[in-house]
Design a protein around this ligand. Structure first.
Ligand code: SAH
Length: 494
């Protein structure tokens, strides 16, 4: 499209610039008409003026939009849609009244099938362009049949409005304000109801929300986690230091309105960091953990332990992991027999969900996790499920790998060096050091579960140095309506 550039001199006075051929001399505040042709990392629309890239907030591929430039750099610009000139056929109506201002699910206006196509493409392009990897099989992306109300966890922020405390989400880029919320279609109804009850209790007691700019106020966050498809709910009110006023009133209200609640906690954050997890907490009523079921195992999940936020898709994810770990359809790796099954190391194991779900089919599992509450849950979970050949090490994965690579790791009785190393790290992926240590451990297979293809790609490329080849990758949509994508990669050592 021959893009016409409008330069805004004042809000009421817009000068039209002629179509451009060379790199545009844009500036902040300019208004441009753009054809949006793709999606960028983070979910923004991608448009080009000749070869110059513009990231467009609020646009989907196929749109023709009028957009105001919000940032201009040498190599790219950012812009925000001010008018839709032609609508993409892939657009669909957003369900949520807060869509656009909330920022929680930027793709709600994009057809779900198209979202899946883009995520699959993002995985392939990351592996090819960021990892230089080409010779691998990509399986079709696994999506959700009903991609709504899938989140089992909400971390609400609490702020202030003229009506009193507000329990909602921070709008994108606004670390100091909270958007009032009437609905969220990613949360289950129980979670939405708990939010409303707590907000009205805060207002009835005149309790002030937190102001992160001044470091004043009292109520900072509300964490609501649920299990068994909303049959169990755990609530944690996070405040600045100080006794929680009317705690009994809160417990009464919550228990009366929400019989699915199994525990109510008060957590204290005395620091400046905006964290809602990993804090000291006190049980006001009930128990400090949920009981979940996934992939054939029962799991205790404590308030401070990680668990996959989409339980339904966690089943799918673990099914794929199990297929890759067990090398289903592949020849058994040397040293493995059907009778013993492979020895698996489950690194970044959380509450033990993957290792425990595999336990019956594999030889033994050694699980490594840094958060003590998660390790305690994992040990309890092994007991709960009557599983004895899973061993849990509390510690930093990089250090455990260093000791293993140096041959000085004291293995718990009954465990052995791995046939399969299973890695499920946080978004940052593995450090170069951790990669080299995994490489030196030298297991025949690595199954890498990644929530960030942009870190999986370089890690998979680095592992080539240690003889590993990326065999196949399966993307899984754990986070519909957001640009995030999970995937399971199988790497085999030649
Ligand atoms: N595999 C688990 C958890 C994955 S999330 C599941 O599917 O539920 C990543 C986990 O890694 C979290 O539990 C986090 O506490 C843990 N973790 C993060 N950094 C770590 C490190 N350096 N060493 C060990 N565990 C770590």
């Amino acid at each position: 499209m021959a893009d016409v550039v409008f330069r805004s001199i004042a809000w009421s006075n817009t000068r039209i610039l002629p179509p451009m051929t060379a790199a545009p001399r844009l500036q902040k505040g300019d208004v441009v008409d753009l054809s949006v042709t793709g999606l960028a990392f983070g979910g923004k629309g991608l448009a080009k003026i000749d070869d110059f890239v513009v990231f467009v907030t609020g646009a989907v591929p196929g749109d023709v939009v009028r957009a105001r430039v919000t940032k201009y750099k040498k190599r790219y610009a950012e812009a925000r849609v001010v008018g839709l000139l032609a609508s993409s056929p892939d657009r669909c109506p957003a369900r949520c009244t807060s869509f656009g201002s909330c920022g929680g699910c930027v793709w709600q206006n994009l057809d779900y099938g198209v979202q899946l196509d883009y995520k699959a493409r993002q995985v392939r392009e990351s592996l090819e362009h960021l990892g230089g990897l080409h010779d691998f099989t990509q399986r079709p992306i696994v999506g959700m049949a009903d991609p709504w109300r899938y989140r089992n966890r909400a971390d609400f922020s609490v702020g202030m409005s003229e009506k009193g405390a507000v329990v909602g989400f921070r709008p994108p880029g606004r670390w100091d304000s909270v958007l009032p919320l009437t609905e969220c279609h990613l949360l289950n109804r129980a979670t939405e109801g708990v939010r409303e009850t707590v907000e009205s209790w805060l207002r009835a007691n005149d309790l002030p929300g937190w102001n992160p700019r001044s470091g004043t106020g009292y109520i900072r966050h509300l964490v609501v986690r649920s299990a068994q498809n909303g049959a169990e709910t755990l609530v944690s009110v996070v405040t600045a230091p100080g006794e929680l006023p009317d705690a009994n009133g809160l417990v009464q209200r919550l228990r009366t309105s929400h019989p699915e609640i199994v525990g109510i906690l008060h957590a204290v954050n005395g620091g400046r960091a905006e964290v809602s997890s990993g804090l000291e907490s006190r049980v006001l009523w009930g128990r400090p953990f949920l009981l979940e079921r996934v992939a054939g195992v029962s799991l205790r999940v404590s308030i401070n332990a990680f668990f996959q936020t989409n339980t339904l898709m966690a089943h799918e994810l673990y099914r794929i992991v199990s297929r890759e770990v067990l090398a289903e359809g592949d020849a058994a790796a040397p040293g493995e027999t059907a009778a013993t099954g492979p020895v698996v190391w489950d690194l970044y194991s959380g509450v033990g969900s993957i290792g425990l779900s595999l336990a019956k089919q594999v030889g033994s599992v050694l699980a490594v996790e840094a958060v003590p509450a998660a390790v305690a849950d994992a040990r309890e979970n092994a007991r709960l499920n009557g599983i004895s050949d899973v061993h849990f090490l509390e510690g930093d994965v990089a250090k455990v790998l260093r000791d293993a690579a140096d041959g000085v790791l004291t293995l718990p009785e009954g465990s052995a060096l791995p046939d399969v190393v299973l890695i499920d790290p946080p978004r940052a992926g593995l450090s170069k050091k951790a990669v080299s240590r995994v490489g030196k451990v030298g297991a025949p297979r690595i199954v890498y579960v990644s929530c960030n293809p942009a870190t999986l790609a370089p890690n998979a490329a680095q592992l080539q140095e240690y003889g590993y080849h990326l065999e196949r990758v399966t993307p899984v949509d754990m986070f519909p309506h957001t640009p995030h994508v999970e995937c399971v990669a199988l790497l085999v050592r030649s």
